[in-house]
Design a protein around this ligand. Sequence first.
Ligand SMILES: [Fe+2]
Ligand SMILES: [Fe+2]
Length: 243
Amino acid sequence: MVAFDNARRRLVITGGAAGTGLLFASASGGFAHAAGKDHGKGQEKEVGAVEDLMREHGVLRRALLVFIECVPKLRANPASVSAEALARTAKLFRTFGEDYHERRLEEPYIFPAVKKAGGQAASYIDVLKAQHDRGREVTDYILAVTGKGTLSGDGEPLARALESFVLMYQNHTAREDTIVFPAWKEVLSTRQLHEMGDRFEDIEQQQFGKDGYEDAVAQIGQIEQVLGLADLAQFTAPPPPKA
Ligand SMILES: [Fe+2]
Ligand SMILES: [Fe+2]
């Protein structure tokens, strides 16, 4: 059996089935991966600082997928799009993405260290920060438009805002995952990295008063459910045409 204790980064392996390389799903829908090593009873595994940031991106990407699914519907028939579901998605992006992931982790810890280290990754920092700021403006707009309860009239301005927001953040998070986070990891010692992992966990507790990540995963799961996007199989591509 695998369970999370209060400090969510610590995965406590409590049973003999652990260590077999199986993938376990927690009751709340989160996942914990037991690597193929032999872990004894009560042994803890930690989610490192970089893995933490990257899985937060996973939640944000799922929000982006909700947004992009709504774009053609907004163009065809805005009234058919749930304003409430869009508003919930934008609120999640605000609280978990902008106020926590960006403002509390990336901007105070990752960006200054990477910029100071110089090199290719450093040259991305100003643009990434400008994108955080632009993202906030767009989120304000989405919240204002969807806060009215129903979507009617011209859906094009909202469709366009969502489209450009999604394109920006797809590029943004992909650069952070492949260039900026690895550069940050490079400048820290193993001990510093470990300390950052603990600090991130403390910040998350401060910010949310609970397990913010698990809660965000549950929230995006509920939104997907409401919008009929929860079934992963629907996104399996059809077979390609004959060449
Ligand atoms: Fe960012
Ligand atoms: Fe990020």
